[in-house]
Design a protein around this ligand. Structure first.
Ligand code: IPM
Ligand code: MG
Length: 405
């Protein structure tokens, strides 16, 4: 960012949702938005295309973001940086220093996907996944919001019966920077019998539970007012503390109805009767698993975006699907999860609700017009590739017509 522009730095007015999400933070969240000479607001976005289908879907989402922004008086400066396998190939580490610095300096980060067969046998610290985990830790994005909504247009793409899937609209709030993903001690060692032993540690400090629980209570409050905390408190000590802290906070949110569920039961209930859920809050590993499960209710993991937020600093926005190396570079990927992640970037990351709404509506219009990538195709709809789907969304971004469902 040019030095001259730095003097124009000003805080952005945030939507109530975001202000509420960050209410507890000691340092107020500031987006380094500047007003350019054109009179438009300008944001710096770091793009991390990554591996597999990542580059295809990110390049489409970038165009959509740019178009939605320009229609709402918002400009973007994009900076593309390597992560994951792409970074390993380029500089030998999965998260180069330059990449994390660029991400921290920007207003928001849009990530594609990481990983692929090529790096599957790499040592642990040289795996693409390590780059993503380091990025989440570096940006301190502890709150991962993963919505799973069954769109009326896609009910038949769900593997569940229509009456079970129809109308599902839930949000998984996943703790993202703690728990067994990061806990110490961890490793593989040889025990006294000469046998190899692998071990990890599920560990949560009270403040980590409290801050994710607050985000979840606030999220539930703005939805249908129901929060289900998922744990394994019948077996795990870390879950006993989790349940105790979440329960203790409930009195601060009398308008939210709190319930608790063991994770094995939650996995079953999600496919038995997913409509019973509004907001789910859970730890890192359970959130990883349950959000994949929830995504399938909606028809395809190719539809689901996510937002990862810290209490101060840029958010990280990424589709929840992986790099799908089997279809990479074949123009078969579904770009909608990344496009919808760009909408979350606008809404939760920058407070640009109008531009976000344009993108969400444009996705509905493309679906209403019958366009489907392979993962969401059903008889009678039009099978298209990644690029064509992107073009259809792009065309509809400037449509003022509300998407009818
Ligand atoms: C996800 C992914 C990641 C995770 C992997 C790629 C490290 O599965 O975002 O859900 O386990 O968090
Ligand atoms: Mg996952």
């Amino acid at each position: 960012m040019a030095a001259a522009l730095q003097t124009n730095i000003r805080p952005v007015k945030f939507p109530a949702t975001f202000r509420a999400l960050t209410k507890q933070s000691s340092a107020p969240f500031r987006v380094r938005c500047v007003v350019a000479s054109s009179g438009k607001k300008r944001y710096n976005i770091t793009l991390l295309p990554g591996d597999g289908i990542g580059p295809e879907v990110v390049s489409i989402a970038k165009n959509v973001l740019q178009q939605a922004g320009s229609l709402e008086g918002v400009e973007f400066s994009f900076r593309e940086m390597p992560i994951g396998g792409a970074a390993l190939d380029l500089v030998g580490v999965p998260l180069p220093e330059e990449t994390i610095s660029a991400a921290k300096e920007s207003d928001a980060v849009l990530l594609g996907a990481i990983g692929g067969y090529k790096w599957d046998n790499n040592e642990k610290h040289l795996r693409p996944e390590k780059g993503l985990l380091q990025l989440r830790a570096g940006l301190k994005v502890f709150a991962n919001l993963r919505p799973a909504t069954v769109l009326p247009q896609l009910v038949d793409a769900s593997t569940l019966k229509r009456e079970v899937a129809e109308g599902v609209d839930l949000m998984v709030v996943r703790e993202l920077t703690g728990g067994i993903y990061f806990g110490e001690p961890r490793g593989i060692k040889t025990n006294e019998n000469g046998e190899e032993v692998g071990f990890n540690t599920e560990v949560y400090a009270a403040h980590e539970i409290d801050r994710i629980a607050r985000v979840a209570f606030e999220t539930a409050r703005k939805r249908r007012g129901k929060l289900c905390s998922v744990d394994k408190a019948n077996v795990l000590d870390a879950s006993v503390l989790w349940r105790k802290r979440v329960t203790a906070l409930a009195s601060e949110y009398p308008d939210v109805e709190l319930s608790h569920m063991y994770v094995d039961n939650a996995a079953m209930q999600l496919v038995r009767d997913p409509k019973q859920f509004d907001t789910i809050v859970t730890n890192n590993i359970f959130g990883d698993i349950l959000s994949d499960e929830a995504s399938m209710i909606t028809g395809s993991i190719g539809m689901l975006p996510s937002a990862s937020l810290s209490d101060a600093g840029p958010g990280l926005f990424e589709p929840i699907h992986g790099s799908a190396p089997d279809i990479a570079g074949q123009d078969k990927a579904n770009p909608l999860a990344t496009i919808l992640s760009a909408a979350m970037l606008l809404k939760y990351g920058l407070g640009e609700e109008k531009a976000a709404k344009r993108i969400e509506d444009a996705v509905l219009v493309a679906l209403n017009n019958g366009f489907r990538t392979g993962d969401i195709y059903s008889a009678g709809t039009k099978l298209v590739g990644c690029k064509k789907m992107g073009e259809e969304v792009l065309k509809s971004v400037d449509s003022q017509v509300p998407a009818s469902v």
